[in-house]
Design a protein. Sequence first.
Length: 302
Amino acid sequence: METIRSLARGATMLTLALGCAAAAAQQPPAPARATRPLAERIGHTDPARYRQLAKVHDGAGTMAFAPLLGPDALSTNLIFVHRGVIAPHSGIGQHFHHQCEEMFVILDGEAQFTVDGRTATLAGPAAVPDRMGHAHALYNASDRPVEWLNINVGQTKRYDNFDLDDSREGAPLDPVAQFAAVKFDQARLKPDGAVRSRRLLGPEVFATPWTFVDHVLIPRGAALDGAAAPGISEMVYVIAGTGAATVAGEHAPLASGDALPIEVGVRRTLRATGGAPLELMVIGIARDPAAKAAYAATLSAR
């Protein structure tokens, strides 16, 4: 969960849009996770549920967001998936996480990403991983809202933050980003049967059990079938298109803006059912560091 400062600096810290994620993150995963029907475990983007916030991590202006998934979504250390909109000339101030890491994603427009005090403008759809212990921020310098997504994974399910009182407004810009950044570029996907995919970020990028970020495109009528590697859970976010998910024998529809949690060892089939391809971001989160290391050892050298 994101813990956000109130409108006045020094006011009581608010427990916001993640619901009670910070408190829940310190509790064992809810038993209901395994018993709730698949359709109820999928998070859906719903702007009507967004909460309007100001000065997020001492950032400029306002944004609106709501949780898609919380710490009870998976047994692994996914802390949250958030979806929202950053208003023009607004953003998330520079801050640290010392026991968790996250990835800011912009789905359209452009925004200024900062990592460790270096700032560059990136056009969406794009993402920047924010490693544990490295300061990061996001600012929308444009005159139009930016659609935004954030994923947070921890050493445990406990969220932490340390704000720097730095909105990054007017920050000097590097012509080339001096930090890791990726684009969701369909032209760079490689075929694997009917499905096309690309590994955007591998296990070496992350310090937590976060293991990979993949970009996947499933043509109409085709499917991504199988299970993640041993010891790895998945969070699947639908970037575009419609489809159907079968997870451990349960069925549920998928639509743009949905977030689907898939437990360790569970077989899944993700099928494109609409008139356009089903475009996905697939996040892998290991059960523990040993499972992550075992998975990394199976990867071929580049």
